[in-house]
Ligand binder design. Structure first.
Ligand code: B3K
Ligand code: ZN
Length: 880
């Protein structure tokens, strides 16, 4: 049965299911092109169903299935009693309770969408969230239908590892010599958490004892060649399990926890009950092959998927409009975990950078939606930065408003009250209120209102009375379909610095930070006994996902950079200083005057570069210029050429003026020690490599020699990739090509390193030209059906190489349109993500914007589009 035509699904239309499935028995006979799936379902009329009276037909979702038979209570159902319709199967039912048996045939080998059951390097694996189970068998594929699953897998002996959710309860050999294994999951779950794996895999094993003494077997399965890359994920898993016990009182609930690494995967990983499936790039690492960033990403994704066992699996979502219930909460949980394991300030800076660069852009674009959307065409398009990152910020604000202890009381009540249930964001907020007698009535608007709020802050000091007043005005710009916006309840953490840079003791307990509750469109907060005018440190720790405007002078920003007790705001001051300089330079570029050296920025950066008292990771972040994408997000109308020119000029000016400081700091940090991915060492490598990049930008022979030497002798991928990236960007082209070839020759057997190698070229402003991107797509290691390769090469260019993608001839846009059209036939989810940069054409200068729009239009007219791509393209074209 084919997929249904594009249609819009509305939250207001939610109805409880007519039927429940108490138990689900699945029987798979694995064959690459013809896998047989028999499902036996215990069906029961839902007492809470909203339709009353006569028994309505049973609706089962199904896509790309070949129906072989339908039987009820052991008898074949004649064809006139069921109907195969677009998107599913409708069956006339004999009564309120019955057993339904359905046989279908599917073709995993032909499944390049990587949704449902598919093959990755000959290994069977599944991805069912959100609506992939319907590609495996006919089923009520909705998260509020929770069932007990038993799964039997039969496969030839060439697939010795056969896995599914829960505990292994039987295994053996069939008469014809095939292997058979049966798994039973004791926890009721929705179909989206189902998983199956079959392959010739190796594994590493460890154990974990829970707080209450349960002995849990931990296993990580992978292709044999990767077996040496599993240790970090296992360590991360054990840390996550302990942390969730200590911080949330949550224990693991099965005797076995399995992770499987697969090369072909649309997302980072998937939290299937007891059997997490991971994109290889998000789980496999060794010091020689993975960068520090990869080590940290793996730690956080392993934690994220593990934490879902409670926030997502034990308590799940009623419908997909509630997706942020599990995703926002779980991202908040994993962010706090990473902050506890590493540097809290640096983790916060990284998350806020992502939010400001990409989520703010999403909120201002044609796909803007609230944390709890009220409609969608294709739910896969809503696994967004808004659902994940802004959703996590919303949970963080509840944490800030209530305090850590009250938040924990709320989460305890939430898990206890809703264990085994499919619930809503409203249930989460209510548990937080009920556990604490709190009032989050106005706060709820964060779930329903889209767009990024803007806070405008002004202040006044009256020396005679010693009164200082902060006035904050809030407004949220209109977003598609939501013209009117209401004031939100916003926690604004602030401090006041005296002229020595010390915090005034403004909090009740005498400390320096208070949380202001902004609830009105405009509100004034008064502070007494303030003798001299203080300098405000606003929105400390980024206490709310908003844009903050206050007329800081460059001198005040330099003062905050040096003195603010809030590390996040120190960094933020450095970024504001850079933004001021860059926006001034863009204006100069547009008016055609010669660009002027940004002296204030140079002075500001000089003051931190040699500060050895500061965490080197924080220094590295403070010395990093906002990306072109982040600059674009700042502008009312984006002028790509101006951004590119201003940013390159500023980088070169800094490299030139601070050469000696960069060199001194590089040499100080350039020490050789055995690799360890701990916060201290990661910090040193990050500052060292930030200095190296500036030194190479300066282009002196001496600087390039440093990079050559580092590439030559590096024993870890962080240092070799940083040196290679610097050379690719700044060495003569022929030399860059030579280094790249040598690097490829050395690492060609390693999938993850080859992906790094692709990405480093495609995102290089100098080297990653369109011609070269096209060459990379011809490379034998490139695979159009592998999302990691597509992301590394194509998205590396379109989403991370602003300079080349935005060349004035528009060739980058045409190229991307071609790739999106081709990819939509192979993998709609990836096609619809890839097209994103083009869909934001409205914000660009007229001439460029029209070229981008024309490319989107061409995609629209290219033929029949998937529902995924149709939604984003049609919404883009209908937004001005
Ligand atoms: N829950 C999965 C996302 C699956 C998305 C499929 N389109 C990963 C995660 O957020 O943990
Ligand atoms: Zn998640």
């Amino acid at each position: 049965m084919k997929e249904a035509q594009p249609r819009t699904v509305y939250l207001k239309d939610y109805r409880a299911p007519d039927y429940l499935i108490d138990h689900t028995q699945l029987h798979f006979e694995l064959e690459p092109q013809a896998t047989l799936v028999k499902s036996t379902l215990g069906v029961r009329r839902n007492p809470a169903a909203e339709s009353s009276g006569a028994l309505p037909p049973l609706w089962l979702d199904g896509v790309d299935l070949e129906l072989l038979s339908v039987a009820i209570n052991g008898e074949l159902v004649p064809a006139q009693r069921y109907r195969e319709l677009p998107g599913g199967l409708e069956i006339d039912v004999p009564g309120e309770n019955f057993e339904l048996e359905i046989c279908t045939r599917i073709n995993p080998q032909a499944n390049t969408s990587l949704e449902g059951l598919y093959l990755s390097n000959g290994m069977y694996c599944t991805q069912c969230e959100a609506e992939g189970f319907r590609k495996i068998t006919y089923y009520p594929d909705r998260p509020d239908v929770m069932s007990l699953f038993t799964t039997t897998i039969v496969a030839p002996p060439t697939y010795p590892v056969l896995l599914s959710n829960g505990n292994k309860v039987a295994s053996g050999t069939t008469d014809d010599g095939r292997l058979t294994v049966t798994w039973e999951d004791p926890f009721a779950k929705p179909a989206y958490l189902f998983a199956l794996v079959g392959g010739d895999l190796q594994w590493v094993e460890d154990r974990f004892t829970t707080a209450s003494g349960r002995d849990v077997k931990l296993q990580l399965f992978t292709e044999a060649k990767n077996i040496g890359k599993c240790a970090h994920a296992i360590t991360s898993l054990k840390h996550s399990m302990r942390w969730d016990e200590e911080v949330y009182g949550r224990e693991y609930d099965l005797d076995i926890f399995m992770i499987v690494a697969v090369d072909h995967f649309n997302m980072g990983a998937m939290e299937n009950k007891g059997l997490n499936i991971f994109n290889s790039a998000c789980v496999l690492a060794s010091p020689e092959t993975a960068t520090d960033a990869a080590f940290q990403r793996i730690e956080s994704i392993v934690a994220h998927e593990y934490f879902h066992n409670w926030s997502g699996n034990r308590v799940t979502c009623r419908d997909w409009f509630q997706l942020s219930l599990k995703e926002g909460f779980t991202v908040f949980r994993d962010a706090e975990f990473s902050a506890d394991m590493n540097s809290r300030a640096v983790k916060r800076i990284e998350d806020v950078t992502l939010l400001r660069t990409s989520q703010f852009a999403e909120d201002a674009g044609p796909m803007s939606h609230p944390v709890r959307p009220d409609s969608y065409m294709e739910i896969s398009n809503f696994y967004t930065l808004t659902i994940y990152e802004k959703g996590a910020e919303v949970v963080r604000m509840i944490h800030t408003l209530l305090g850590a202890e009250a938040f924990r009381r709320g989460s305890d009540l939430y898990f206890e009250r809703h264990d085994g249930c499919a619930v809503t964001c409203e249930d989460f907020v209510r548990a937080m209120e009920d556990a604490n007698g709190a009032d989050l009535q106005q706060f709820r608007r964060w779930y329903s209102q889209a767009g990024t709020p803007v806070l405008e802050v002004t202040d006044a000091h009256d020396a005679a009375s010693g009164t200082y007043r902060l006035t904050i005005r809030q407004f949220t710009p209109a977003t598609p379909g939501q013209e009117e916006k209401l004031p939100l309840h916003i926690p604004v953490a602030i401090g006041l610095l005296d002229d020595k840079g010390q915090d005034l003791p403004i909090a009740e307990d005498g400390s320096g930070t208070v949380i202001l509750h902004l609830t009105e469109a405009e509100q004034t907060f008064e502070f007494n006994q303030v003798a001299t005018r203080p300098l405000p440190s606003l929105l400390r720790r980024f206490s709310a996902p908003v844009k903050l405007r206050y007329g800081y002078s460059d001198a005040q920003l330099q003062f905050l950079m040096q003195h603010d007790s809030d590390a996040f705001n120190r960094w933020d001051a450095s970024q504001r200083l850079a933004l001021n300089a860059l926006s001034e330079l863009q204006a100069q570029y547009r008016t055609g005057v010669p660009l002027q050296t940004p002296e204030q920025l140079i002075a500001g950066f000089r003051s931190v570069i040699s500060d050895t008292a500061l965490d080197p990771a924080l220094v590295a972040k403070m010395l990093s210029l906002p990306s072109a994408q982040e600059l674009a997000e700042q502008e009312g109308e984006i002028d790509a050429a101006a951004i590119i020119a201003a940013r390159a000029f500023t980088r070169d000016a800094l490299a030139d003026a601070l050469h000696d400081e960069f060199m001194a700091r590089f040499k100080q940090l350039d020490i050789r020690k055995p690799y360890a991915p701990n916060a201290g060492d990661i910090a040193e490598r990050s500052l060292k490599n930030t200095c190296l990049a500036y030194l190479c930008a300066n282009g002196t022979a001496q600087a390039l020699d440093l990079a050559r030497a580092q590439l030559d002798r590096a024993e870890n991928m962080t240092d070799s990739a940083a040196a290679l990236a610097a050379l690719v960007e700044f060495a003569p082209e022929s030399e860059a090509t030579t280094h790249l070839q040598a690097f490829y020759d050395r690492w060609q057997q390693d999938t993850q390193v080859v992906e790094t190698w692709f990405g480093l070229q495609s995102s290089s402003a100098n080297y990653g030209t369109l011609a070269r991107i096209k060459q990379l797509m011809e490379h034998p290691a490139f695979e159009f059906t592998n999302p990691n390769k597509v992301r590394a090469v194509i998205a590396g260019f379109s989403a991370r190489n602003f300079t080349q993608f935005h060349r004035e001839d528009g060739s980058g846009f045409e190229f991307l349109a071609d790739q999106v059209i081709a990819l939509d036939k192979v993998n709609p989810q990836i096609a619809s993500r890839l097209v994103t940069p083009l869909t934001r054409w409205q914000k660009y200068r007229e001439e460029e914007g029209q070229k981008m729009r024309a490319a989107v239009q061409r995609v629209m007219e290219s033929g029949e589009l998937s529902r995924d791509l149709f939604e984003v393209v049609s919404k883009s074209l209908s937004t001005r």
